[in-house]
Design a protein around this ligand. Structure first.
Ligand code: PXG
Length: 291
């Protein structure tokens, strides 16, 4: 496996960064998780735009034009001869000293690109659906650490994931500071009520997921009305269908939430239709590359 660090490719064992990198010391950096399907990088421009927005928000200058970074991603995929891949793109503040002050890292931003095979939920979970729970850890306050910043500081989500695992569940619903449904630890959430789709608005402690955006685009074309609207736990419990969206998981059905069976207890029809349409898109859309 070849890993890109600051313009060079390294074998996995040699791919190392400084222990003074503020990405490690403070989680001071940003990242993206992207997928390639059969030599097409899905929504690459959208991921790159979100990465630069996260960086802009934390005043981290990415020392490379977007187009160059796109080329670096493609070159890394080619170097690894991957036609299907999960791509982790990371930009850290870089090497500094043992203080918080980001000025000490000036000009040192570290760019890392890891391309790997995808590890997914097992097929049976796509067929039968996930059982998930609401967890005590609430999503970061947007006024404190806005979830739109896809930062290297994922402890908020990891704590929620630990709580889900301890409860024997596959994912966690995280509520926002007001007690409304925000999102899951690495996925956005949708519910279906009376053949209409609802997902929490991004201002409620919810990352504007690129798969979420794709569903918001697809649904109206399929004559399924969509609403970005506050969602309560009651609305999830009494929904007809529920599913999660994310780059890694794509669209995955949920059949049980906090011990309540959702709808028929099986993946719903609208969820299935959207999944089918999403898979079609990933086969036809994206930035093409040759191996
Ligand atoms: N919410 C959060 C908090 C996320 O981290 C999503 C939603 C979905 O966004 P996209 O753009 O992928 O549709 C994410 C996705 C994982 C994993 O292992 C997922 C993410 C990051 C790191 C790991 O599933 N981000």
């Amino acid at each position: 496996m070849k890993i890109y660090i600051n313009g060079k490719l390294f074998e996995r064992e040699q791919a190392k960064i400084s222990v003074f990198d503020h990405g490690l010391l403070y989680g001071d950096g940003v990242f993206e998780g992207i997928r390639a399907y059969n030599k097409l990088v899905f929504k690459l421009k959208e991921h790159i735009d979100r990465l630069y927005e996260s960086a802009q928000s934390i005043t981290l200058k990415i020392p490379m034009a977007k187009q160059e970074l796109i080329k670096a991603v493609i070159n890394t995929l080619r170097a690894n001869k991957l036609k299907d891949a999960y791509i982790r793109l990371i930009v850290t503040r870089g090497e500094g000293d043992l203080g918080l002050d980001p000025r000490k890292c000036a000009g040192n931003a570290t760019i890392i690109i890891i391309t790997d095979k995808i590890t997914l939920y097992p097929d049976s979970l796509y067929k039968n659906g996930l059982k998930i729970v609401t967890v005590p850890t609430v999503r970061n306050l947007p006024e404190a650490l806005n979830p739109q910043i896809k930062s290297l500081n994922y402890l908020n989500n990891i704590l929620a994931k630990i709580e889900a695992i301890n409860a024997g569940a596959e994912e966690a619903i995280m509520l926002d500071h007001l007690g409304y449904v925000a999102e899951c630890t690495g996925d956005n959430i949708f519910i279906v009520r009376r053949k209409q789709l609802y997902t929490p608005p991004q201002c409620m402690g919810t990352l504007r997921g690129i798969t979420r955006d794709t569903v918001l685009e697809m649904a109206p074309k399929m004559k399924i009305p969509v609403h970005e609207h506050v969602v309560t736990r009651h609305e999830v419990y009494t929904s007809d269908e529920c599913f999660l969206t994310g780059t890694a998981a794509e669209i995955i059905p949920v059949v049980k939430v906090d011990g309540r069976t959702i709808g028929s207890g099986k993946p719903g029809e609208i969820t299935k239709k959207l999944t089918e349409q999403f898979r079609k898109l990933t086969k036809t859309e994206g930035v093409k590359y040759a191996l």
